[in-house]
Every structure is written in C-alpha cells, then in structure tokens.
Design a protein around this ligand. Structure first.
Ligand SMILES: Cc1cc2nc3c(=O)[nH]c(=O)nc-3n(C[C@H](O)[C@H](O)[C@H](O)COP(=O)(O)O)c2cc1C
Length: 314
C-alpha cells in the first residue's frame, strides 16, 4: 500500500489520464479492472453522453474509477450535478481554478484531485482542499502549462512545497519512468499517451496508428495564446505555424482552431486537417496493446528496475 493506492483503494499507483476523444468507459473500466485507476474523460462529452458512460462503466467494473473534468467546460454545472447524481466517488479537475468546485465536490464525499503544471498552482490546489495533485510536465500530451517545466524538474520542486500526495504525469509510459518519478517524490503516476494507443481507447484507428509512427521531435507545444497544447506536427500544425508568421491576434488563432478540430483528428481520424494531441513519449510507443497488458508490462518493468540496485553502485 502507498498513499495513492490507499487514497483510491486500487492495486497499483497507475492512473489512466482522462483524455478527450480517447477515454470513454471501455478504457476506464479496462484500466480499473487491471488494478489501476481508470478515468472517463468528460471534456469531449455532452452531459447526457457522460451520464451514459458513467452508467456503462459501473456495469463494466466493480473497481473504483473516476471522471476527469476540464473546468473550462461550458456545461460545467450540469456535469458536476451528473457526477454527484451518478454516485461517482473520484473526480480529477483540470484547466481552471481548484477553488471553484473542490468544496462542493468534497461536501458530496467525493475524492478530488487537481491537475497542475507548476508548484504555485500545486500550492493553490492544496489550499483549496484537494486530496492529491497531478503534477504534469511539459512532455505531456494534451493541454499544458505555459512555463514549459519538464516532469524531471517539476516533481521535486512540487515535492518541496506541498504535503499532499503527488501523482506525476508527462512522459511516463514504462515502469522505469514510473520508478524515476517516484524516486523524485511522486506517489503515483498518471499516464495518457500510452493509453491513447491502447486497444480500448476510443480514438480513431488512424490516430492510434499515427502515434506508433511518431519519433522524437514530431510533437510541439503550441497555441500558447489560447491554451497551450502539445500537437503532432501535421498539416493543421503547419497551418498554425504559417499563421504565426503573420503575427495573428488571439481571435485569428481561435478562428483557425475552430470548434471541432480535436474531434476531426482524434475521433474521426483526419490526420491532416485534425488536431492530434499526444505527448513526447509517443516516440517510445510501438504497439497498440490492451490496457491490461500495458499495466502488466509497467509493473513488471518497475519491479525489474527495483532489483537493479547494483547498477547504481559506483
Ligand atoms: C489525446 C489526449 C487528450 C487529453 N485530454 C485531457 C483532458 O481532457 N483533460 C485532462 O485533464 N488532461 C488531458 N490530457 C492529459 C492526460 O490526462 C495526461 O495527464 C497526459 O497525457 C500525461 O502525459 P503523457 O501523455 O506523457 O502520458 C490528454 C492527453 C492526451 C494525449
């Protein structure tokens, strides 16, 4: 048992990050059934779609699972009420102020975790009363901090500042990566990109296949003026770079991004015109695997790495 397995009542301190267009109930329940913590990504779901996924997840697993809610969500109040109504026990909030919803969720007996990308926001989240934080480095897929702090530097800096449990995210896809961040002070890990390319991920097959083809340097953090996001360097990304050369306003960027780019790329499989969110660790993902196998490989690798102490003697 460690702080994270105890907090969520799970076997392994591995959390599958909530991911728009990737983490529906199939992925979340598969991860939870395998001993990790699965999260349904509410960010790309209409409220009633989220309710359906929660209900299906409850039928697909008797293990704990949670919901990830980006707080910029337009129907945020409705979403929060559905989560309470459906008896969800664990909520991960992101992209917003942790003060806004933490006390409401805690008053309903829900365990609350907030995602941050700096030690300043980690402190704010601790002050807001969350049970744990996810500290997410610059390598991560999806939206990210403007400061570009890497996981390797972020975790020990956050550890220096806060007392609540820390879940490290960004660039972790192996047991060795997991051990590294735990040595730096994390109590568990949140893994996104590796699970985006899992069998149960709801992403389009084209996107999953694209992840396998990516190499070092094939992603970049961009659109900092809107909400910084790490993207695959495809045609859409190049269109964004072309626009940057014309010194665009925030409105110009928002117009190019439009409304359904992420859906087009990750869910409908348009690899050119769509927005493809993935982390730097994609360069280490070579196979689409079932979630259970991913967790099994991570734990086997973690345990093997723990046995290699003599390697560190000098
Ligand atoms: C396709 C994709 C979609 C994501 N969507 C969300 C989201 O909706 N909410 C959120 O808090 N994080 C989101 N993330 C971030 C993940 O939850 C996780 O923290 C991150 O992927 C960890 O870094 P890694 O990609 O290096 O594993 C997303 C990541 C990816 C790859």
């Amino acid at each position: 048992m460690n702080k994270i397995t105890q907090l969520f009542n799970i076997k392994y301190p591995i959390i599958q990050g909530g991911m728009i267009w990737s983490s529906g109930y199939k992925l979340a329940s598969a991860v939870s059934n395998a001993g990790g913590l699965g999260l349904i990504g509410a960010g790309s779901m209409y409220p009633e779609v989220l309710r359906e996924h929660i209900q299906k997840c409850k039928r697909a697993t008797d293990k704990p699972f949670g919901v990830n809610i980006p707080m910029l969500y337009p129907n945020i109040e409705e979403i929060m009420n559905i989560v309470v109504d459906e008896g969800v026990k664990i909520v991960f909030t992101s992209a917003g102020n942790p003060k806004t919803w933490t006390s409401f969720l805690k008053s309903k007996g829900i365990t609350v975790v907030h995602v941050v990308s700096s030690s300043i926001f980690a402190l704010k989240a601790q002050k807001a009363g969350v049970d744990a934080i996810v500290a997410e480095g610059f390598e991560a897929g999806g939206h990210n901090g403007r400061e570009e702090t890497t996981t390797l530097t972020l975790i020990p800096m956050v550890k220096e500042k806060i007392q609540i449990p820390i879940i490290a995210a960004g660039g972790i896809a192996t047991g060795r990566g997991m051990l590294a961040v735990m040595i730096l002070g994390a109590d568990g890990v949140q893994v996104g990109s590796r699970f985006a390319a899992s069998l149960e991920s709801s992403s389009h097959h084209n996107f999953k296949q694209k992840i396998l083809d990516l190499k070092e340097g094939d992603t970049q953090l961009t659109l900092k003026e809107l909400a910084p996001v790490r993207l695959v360097k495809n045609k859409f990304y190049e269109d964004v770079q072309d626009l940057y050369r014309k010194c665009p306003s925030k409105e110009d960027l928002a117009q190019l991004l439009g409304r359904a780019r992420a859906k087009k790329g990750m869910f409908e499989g348009d690899l050119e015109e769509g927005e493809l969110e993935i982390g730097q660790i994609a360069g280490l993902i070579h196979e689409i695997l079932p979630a259970e196998k991913i967790i099994h490989q991570m734990i086997t690798d973690f345990e093997a790495a723990c046995q290699e102490k003599t390697k560190f003697e000098f």
